[in-house]
Design a protein around this ligand. Structure first.
Ligand code: KG4
Ligand code: ZN
Length: 334
């Protein structure tokens, strides 16, 4: 039995979890800094780094207490080592290395995006492979062919804004606050998604995505029609994002003859996207793997699951390994 303490501080959530053998989540504590950043309309890196310093020790203590373990019970400590904000990453990575030295247990550096990829696996270890996976977060939009744990091929990605970034920028323009995804999701539920036919970027053109033209269209439309109901704009914008995400996920699954469709990352918490992926999978006779909302947005349980897997395959990470804000996921050649 391998008990891992995992730490996640790549952006604006301070999170810690205790995960046994990569799948048994004994505790998962997430302390959001949303209130601290909302006044600025987005994450302020300097504020995030300082908040992680204040929050990390209590969050780790809470995760250990909820799991009913003490440091002597731990076999490894994992932390997100990139990608993310450097000042935020450094807090979690430095703490994890210090715990590793103090408690005499291995340190494992985890790629945040691999964490999101493992989230579905963590909740559903029997996920049918190969899978077409859509990873959609505030910083990334990637379509991935997954043939096993640690075995991924990149099919396509955004050429400009990430899907979550589009939600955040449109919400900011509409004066809806930060983060934009959850509030647009909520408003869209009462709006008319066919009210405005916003552009579907790169539709029918391979597996890359583009969302910056959509964002500009929303801004231009609202400037021209200042009296439009915000719910209708939210629903029409969300439909444009979800349509291309699901069309490409579905086309990728067909091209790969994948057995499953899977989603991950913060935008995978979106109600319309979740429903559309379930419908697409069932129409095509494939399985859908939709992690719980808490497992889609940033958390440390996914980091603990990935740390366990990386420890088994690659061994511990050297203590002089630096946090890397631009860390890339390792893909198999096409
Ligand atoms: O994965 P995540 O928690 O952090 C990053 O690694 O970026 O993703 C955060 C992103 C934000 O852009 C946020 O607006 C978006 O996920 N998001 C959503 C929803 N919940 C969070 N987007 C659409 N609908 C949601 N319900
Ligand atoms: Zn994330």
């Amino acid at each position: 039995m391998t008990t891992v303490l995992a730490i996640e501080t790549s952006c604006d959530e301070t999170a810690a979890a205790v995960v046994v053998d990569g799948r048994d989540v004994r505790s998962s504590v997430v302390s959001s800094q949303i209130d601290l950043h909302a006044a600025f309309g987005g994450v302020v890196p300097e504020v995030a780094g300082r908040a992680h310093v204040d929050l990390l020790t209590p969050v780790v203590s809470e995760a250990l207490a909820q799991a009913g373990v003490v440091p002597a019970d731990l076999d490894a400590v994992g932390a997100t080592i990139g990608p993310g904000l450097i000042g935020s990453l450094l807090v979690g990575v430095s703490a994890a290395k210090a715990y590793s030295l103090a408690w005499g247990i291995p340190f494992v550096g985890v790629n945040h995006m691999e964490g999101h990829l493992h989230a579905a696996f963590l909740e559903d270890p029997d996920m049918a492979l190969p899978a077409a996976v859509l990873l959609v977060s505030g910083g990334h939009t990637m379509l991935i062919h997954m043939t096993g744990a640690g075995r991924y091929r990149l099919l396509g990605q955004t050429i400009d804004d990430a899907a979550g970034e589009a939600f955040d920028k449109v919400a900011r323009f509409l004066g809806l606050g930060y983060p934009g995804g959850p509030v647009i999701d909520r408003l869209a539920a009462t709006g008319d998604a066919s009210h405005v036919a916003f552009p579907r970027g790169l539709r029918g053109q391979g597996f890359d995505f583009s969302f910056s033209g959509l964002k500009t269209s929303v801004i231009n439309y609202v400037r021209k029609h200042p009296d439009v109901a915000v719910e209708d704009v939210a629903a029409s914008f969300q439909a444009a994002v979800v349509d291309v995400l699901v069309e490409k996920l579905r086309a990728a699954a067909a091209a790969l003859d994948a057995r499953s469709l899977c989603i991950g990352g913060g935008v995978a918490a979106n109600s319309a996207l979740r429903a559309a992926v379930v419908a697409a999978a069932s129409a095509d006779g494939r399985s859908a793997f939709i992690p719980s909302r808490a497992m889609c947005t940033d958390n440390a349980a996914m980091v603990g699951a990935t740390a366990w897997y990386r420890l088994r395959t690659d061994g511990p990470t050297p203590l002089d390994a630096p946090a890397d804000p631009n860390l890339k996921l390792h893909f198999e050649p096409a």
